[in-house]
Design a protein around this ligand. Sequence first.
Ligand code: NAP
Length: 310
Amino acid sequence: MAWKIALAGIGKIARDQHVPSISASADFELAATVTRHEGVDDIENYTDIDAMLEARPDIEVVSLCLPPVPRFEYAAAAIKAGRHVMLEKPPGATLAECHALETMAREAGVSIFATWHSREAASVEAARSWLAGKTLKSLKITWLEDVRRWHPGQAWIWEPGGLGVFDPGINALSILTRILQTPVHLASATLKFPENRQTPITADLVFRHPDKASVSASFDWRKEGDQYWNIEAETDHGTMVLSAGGADLSINGSPVDTSGVALEGEYPNLYKRMAELLKTGEIDMDLSPMVHVADAFLLGKREIVEPFDE
Ligand code: NAP
């Protein structure tokens, strides 16, 4: 039997990934949407989360695809109404509100899942396995993309809580926190803010590794042409390059075929994991990628750069 699920915030990611993944899933049935504009064809739409929760007690799960700032109120309302909750990345606008949601979910006895879709990219687990037991010498994240191409018209990414370049950068950090055996923490950062924007357009991060490996990340939203989402690691057993956002892996220059892993895709895997959490009554609220982002805002040196317009 499939769980009835409601999807809230019908924007780019809901349409591109969540709707098709739910349609293809045997575990879930899309029973309603909550969005202030156009919903999904043939699915009942509500413009208000409370109205949906009251009218549809049969809906057990709510998946939230809103930007981070408005997400807390929706998640809190769903938990209060006894529904299980799935959160797009980042799981909230602040760490404290994410902790509050986890506490509320535990008290209500419902599952909550802070999803990190990039961890489900095809080669991430192979990279993690290869790094296990090796001595890390250095790791460099290079995440260079064109904001105009990937986020047209998304004003929220430039507003407080919208994260700016950390919106994609947190995907890299979600992979980093998955593949490294030993956690790192931020040592220094430089963030560049366009003078007309509230969030950074570039970020350079340096981490402290317990065994003194050199670990750094460079995020830049101004890259036109070729786009780069790469993680390169040097170890005592050679070099690993995880590229295309975690899809491709090469070890010592040779590509690794991870197609046999038979992953269905990032978002189908997230819904599969949500179904597991529902069956076991568990909570999965790993906030480690967001800790690095929060630390960058706490510790980062700020530079004001030229205005940025779409
Ligand atoms: P989006 O295209 O701007 O869509 C977000 C939707 O949320 C909007 O269509 C809007 O729908 C609703 N919304 C916006 N502001 C709201 C507010 N203040 N109150 C209530 N609803 C509001 O954004 P998106 O790209 O789908 O991103 C949403 C989340 O998914 C973000 O956290 C992002 O990091 C994550 N994500 C995005 C991508 C991507 O490729 N775009 C990939 C992975 C994850 P209504 O106005 O109709 O209510």
